[in-house]
Design a protein around this ligand. Structure first.
Ligand code: PSU
Ligand code: MN
Length: 307
C-alpha cells in the first residue's frame, strides 16, 4: 500500500468509472453540513447525485469520515453528515492532517474537495458557491483558501458565481493574479449566486459543455496546472430580487460583526442568517442553482472524457 492508499477510500462505483474513463463529478460536503439545515441538506445532496446521474455521469460526494478520505459517499454516510451538521468539522486544506490523524469526521470545503478529487483522479467538481475575498478583507485579511486551491490544484469547479457576502470585484482580481481562468457559461457577466448579474465581467463566455471541456483539456495538456472557475448563472425562474438580496446581505454582515463572528464561521453564519431573513427563499434558490451546476458539471465531465 502506498502512503496515500492507507488513507484514501474510493467507492467501487467511482473507481470503476474512473478506470473505464467514464465521467465522474465530485461534490463537496461542507455545503451539506454547514451550508443548509437538516433535513433539506440531505434531501438536496441526494437529489444532486441523481441530477448528475440523469446527465450521464457518476457522482462522487466527498468527505472525511473517521479519518479516512472518502470519495463516493453512500446515502447512509450523506444522511449521517447532514444530521450531524455543524458538529462535523469544516475542513479546509490546513485542517486535513488533524482530521485524518485524529480519526475525526470532516466536511470538505471547495478547497479540500478539490484536493481529494485530485488524489482520486477526478477533474470536474460541481457546487453552489466558492469562497472568495470577503468584504473588508483589507482589514480582516479574510480570503478563502478556496482561491489558493484554484491557483494550484487542477480541478474545474462549476459554481453559480460568487455571493455578494464577498467582494466580487476583489475575488476576480485575486483569481486573475493567480492565473485562474473564469469562464461564464452562456454569459459575459460574473453571476452573483442568487442573481444572474453582478456588474462584473468574466474573461471568457463559452456556450457549450464541449467548448468548456476543450479549454480545460488544452490548459492541462499544456502543463498549466491549476483550477478553472466555470460560472453558471442561476436559472431565471429561481433568481432573487437583486435589491432585496443586497439589503439582506448588508444587514447580515452588520449582524455578524455585532456578534463578533469571524474567520471560518463567517460563511456558515451568513448563509443561515440570509435563509432566515428571506424565510427560506434564499435556500430554495440555493438548492436550485446547485442542481443546475450538477447538470452542467456532468455534461462537462462527459465531454472531457472525449477531449
Ligand atoms: N458558499 C456557499 N455555500 C457554501 C460555502 C460557500 O454559497 O456552503 C462553503 C463552501 O464549502 C466553501 C466554503 O468552500 O464555504 C468557504 O468557506 P471559507 O470562506 O471559510 O473559506
Ligand atoms: Mn475565511
Amino acid at each position: 500500500m502506498t502512503n496515500l492508499d492507507q488513507h484514501l477510500i474510493i467507492s467501487d462505483e467511482v473507481k470503476a468509472a474512473l478506470a473505464a474513463n467514464k465521467p465522474v463529478v465530485a461534490l463537496e460536503s461542507t455545503i451539506i453540513s454547514h451550508g443548509m439545515p437538516y433535513p433539506r441538506n440531505v434531501e438536496t445532496a441526494l437529489n444532486v447525485e441523481r441530477v448528475v446521474r440523469e446527465n450521464g455521469a457518476i457522482p462522487a460526494t466527498i468527505a472525511i469520515l473517521n479519518g479516512k478520505l472518502i470519495v463516493g459517499l453512500s446515502a447512509e454516510q450523506i444522511e449521517y453528515l447532514g444530521k450531524a451538521g455543524q458538529a462535523v468539522i469544516k475542513t479546509s486544506r490546513r485542517d486535513i492532517p488533524f482530521i485524518v490523524a485524529g480519526k475525526k469526521d470532516g466536511a470538505t470545503t471547495v478547497a479540500s474537495t478539490m484536493i481529494l478529487a485530485q488524489m482520486a483522479g477526478i477533474k470536474v467538481f460541481a457546487t453552489g458557491g466558492i469562497g472568495g475575498v470577503h468584504r473588508d478583507a483589507q482589514n480582516t485579511m479574510d480570503i478563502s483558501a478556496d482561491l489558493q486551491e484554484l491557483a494550484n490544484t487542477s480541478v474545474a469547479v462549476i459554481c453559480a458565481g460568487v455571493k455578494s457576502i464577498l467582494d466580487i470585484g476583489l475575488t476576480l482580481e485575486y483569481l486573475e493574479t493567480y492565473g485562474v481562468p473564469v469562464i461564464g457559461y452562456k454569459t459575459r457577466q460574473m453571476p452573483a449566486f442568487y442573481t444572474i448579474e453582478s456588474g462584473f465581467e468574466v474573461d471568457y463566455k463559452l456556450d457549450s459543455a464541449t467548448e468548456i471541456a476543450q479549454s480545460l483539456a488544452a490548459k492541462w495538456q499544456l502543463g498549466l496546472k491549476g483550477g478553472v472557475v466555470i460560472a453558471n448563472p442561476i436559472p431565471k425562474e429561481y433568481s432573487m430580487d437583486a435589491k432585496e438580496i443586497a439589503n439582506t446581505i448588508d444587514q447580515a454582515i452588520i449582524d455578524m460583526q455585532a456578534q463578533g463572528v469571524s474567520g471560518k464561521d463567517s460563511t456558515p453564519f451568513l448563509l443561515a442568517r440570509i435563509a432566515k431573513v428571506t424565510e427560506g427563499k434564499s435556500l430554495d434558490s440555493n438548492i436550485q442553482l446547485v442542481y443546475n451546476n450538477a447538470a452542467l458539471g456532468a455534461q462537462i465531465a462527459q465531454q472531457l472524457c472525449l477531449a
